[in-house]
Design a protein around this ligand. Structure first.
Ligand code: AGP
Length: 609
């Protein structure tokens, strides 16, 4: 997964604009970067392996001539992160430059076909074949326009792609196309942009055109033209104003996007409470009618599904199956059918494993519902009904505000389902809705009053070799999420499991000083959890608890604790209880000298299976 960008500017150099935009896309991949521009009918290119700042120090990414260019920041899939494999990739005659995000499945056979026609390849990437294929098409039929040659080219590509192409043959145009990988256009009177994500050009314009799968767009200073790849027919599409401020795309003074986004949770949670009632009602009708309901997602989004399944059962008396996206096909591919409903949860709306599960279910006529943070994403187009969770852009690779927003939407859905199924009284409904309205304030209080405390706990345990995260009931999902955060950004091996499982094996790992984190929501399992704390203490474990502020019983028992406001209903508890765990992972990463925004080997959303 990479970040692509292109721009045409009336009276400005493209390179500095590309450099800044690629910096804003660096969360999408950061193992190599490159830019290409056109000036007086020649292509100029700079690219190298490494992070943008490192490459800029060596090559000066602001110093290329010309007001038109394409750029790329990479997360390698085909070909190691090297200078020759960095994008843009050129044709044999250095007249065409291509940047690409995605994977071309049939690149090998296309490459040998082109090599048989004497094309010389420099890199080991799948992307380079696109440049040579365009060149070959134009050589075969020189009367073709650049856009038509690219139309013919992309029709031969199998796989996922968002590409942007410039050529000295038509030096005032950028042609871009999309299949599966995200692509958006930004416009204003003196410039036009294409990018993998809106934050790339947000400081310059919030006038956006979403490009759909199977579309090709030709950009020039006169405007943009969208055509369907299948039949070249033109598509009319209005731009829309995105109510994201440029600041949303920059760190607002926080040292990292992750910490900024943890602090943005009260605001993003309030946004979720503004979701249109009729959409929630509409979406709730499907699980109510379905013979079976699968909650499908990956990583952090899967943990939201796990918590959702507890809430659907506890509030609406509806059993649902939380399923990890990459396992759905194996686990339920044969049994899913027309009476099944799939609620797919994905903040990016582009995660390949989740979309693959959705595709299989669609082929078997199941009903697809979507919950996502990215309007215009693939998930929104394959869903019968989808809900946008309105968290704003999440730049940090570690999902934080999008997780708590997913939980809030799933809880609202569970409440409507409970009402629809007559499983909840109006008083209970009003009570829980009132508590849900208070959750953003609860989270604000936790951040204000407990952040410093979490920082001290992170300092205390920064050299720990491993961690346990334990919870009971719906807090099991919170424990899993705490574990994932610590692993993915602080690189601390950690294990999470329902606390009742300790004595069935994992407790054998515990020795004096072994840190164990307990998520202690005030629910029916509270008493039993105290027993689990005693079990671990008896083996010398260092016990850390996330407790309600008035939970003196557990506070007296454990070595360290972090408080959340009291009186939070159990089904809503994962939202406030996960915030201290997000902060713990963040400060552990900082204490251990890691960059929380760019965890190694990871990137924001995984569009490869
Ligand atoms: C979470 O911090 C990770 N970035 C990752 O597990 C993520 O949740 C997963 O890849 C799913 O992404 P999605 O919500 O965009 O589908």
């Amino acid at each position: 997964m990479c970040g692509i960008f292109g721009c045409i500017l009336k009276d400005e150099k493209a390179a500095p604009v590309m450099h800044a935009a690629l910096k804003r896309l660096e969360y999408r991949g950061y193992d190599s970067v490159g830019e290409a521009t056109i000036y007086s009918d020649a292509l100029y290119i700079k690219k190298d392996q490494g992070k943008i700042d490192e490459v800029h120090r060596i090559h000066d990414l602001d110093d290329l001539p010309g007001n038109i260019g394409v750029g790329h920041t990479r997360w390698a899939t085909h070909g190691a992160p090297t200078q020759v494999n960095a994008h843009p990739h050129l044709d044999c005659n250095r007249q065409i430059a291509v940047v690409h995000n995605g994977i071309i499945d049939n690149f090998a056979e296309l490459k040998s076909e082109l090599e048989n026609r004497d094309h010389i390849f420099k890199s080991r990437t799948d992307t380079e074949i696109i440049a040579h294929l365009i060149e070959d098409t134009l050589n075969t039929n020189p009367s073709l326009s650049l856009a038509d040659a690219i139309l013919e080219t992309v029709r031969r590509l199998n796989g996922s792609y968002a590409i942007a192409v410039i050529s000295t043959r038509e030096p005032n145009k950028i042609v871009c196309a999309r299949n599966e990988s995200p692509l958006v256009i930004g416009i204003n009177e003196n410039s036009i942009y294409c990018a993998s994500d809106i934050p790339a050009f947000l400081p310059r314009t919030n006038k956006v055109v979403i490009v759909n799968d199977g579309e090709l767009v030709t950009l020039s200073l006169e405007g943009f033209e969208i055509r369907k790849i299948a039949d070249s027919s033109t598509v009319a599409r209005e731009s829309k104003l995105i109510d994201w401020t440029p600041e949303m795309a920059v760190k607002q003074g926080y040292p990292h996007f992750m910490l900024k986004e943890i602090h943005e949770q009260p605001a993003s949670l309030r946004n979720t409470l503004r979701i249109q009632e009729h959409y929630l009602e509409l979406m709730a009708t499907f699980p109510d009618r379905a013979r079976e309901v699968f909650l499908v997602a990956c990583g952090t989004s899967y943990h939201a599904c796990l918590a959702g399944s507890y809430a659907f059962s506890k509030l609406a008396f509806l059993a649902t199956y939380p399923v990890i996206g990459s396992e759905f096909v194996e686990q339920y591919g044969k049994s899913v059918n027309i009476d099944s409903t799939i609620l797919a949860v994905s903040q990016s709306g582009e995660t390949a494993d989740t979309l693959a599960a959705v595709n299989i279910a669609r082929q078997r006529a199941a009903t697809i519902l979507g919950l996502t943070n990215t309007i215009g994403s693939t998930l929104t187009r394959v869903s019968r009904v989808y809900l946008g969770q309105q968290s704003g852009p999440e730049i940090g690779v570690a999902a934080t505000k999008t997780f708590t927003a997913q939980l809030s939407v799933l809880m609202q859905l569970a409440l409507r389902l409970a009402k629809k199924r007559g499983k909840i009284s109006q008083d209970e409904m009003d009570f829980l809705e009132e508590k849900l309205e208070k959750i953003p304030d609860n989270v604000e209080t936790i951040i204000k009053t407990q952040e410093e405390k979490v920082k001290q706990i992170a300092k205390k345990y920064k050299d720990a070799k491993t961690f346990f995260f334990l919870g009971r009931g719906i807090s099991t999902a919170t424990a899993y999420e705490g574990r994932l955060k610590l692993m993915e950004i602080a690189y601390v091996p950690a294990i999470a499991f329902p606390a009742g499982e300790s004595k069935h094996g994992p407790i054998s790992l515990v020795e004096p000083g072994f840190p164990v984190v307990f998520i202690c929501a005030k629910d029916e399992s509270h008493k039993t959890l105290i027993g689990n704390i005693m079990e671990m203490k008896a083996r010398g474990a260092s016990t850390i608890a996330i407790v309600e502020e008035d939970d003196e019983e557990i506070k007296k028992l454990v070595d360290d604790y972090v408080e959340v406001p009291k009186g939070i209903p159990e089904v809503l508890s994962p939202i406030p209880f996960v915030v201290p765990l997000q902060l713990l992972a963040y400060y552990m990463a900082v204490e251990r000298g890691h960059n929380p925004d760019m965890p190694r080997n990871l990137a924001k959303s995984v569009t490869v299976k």
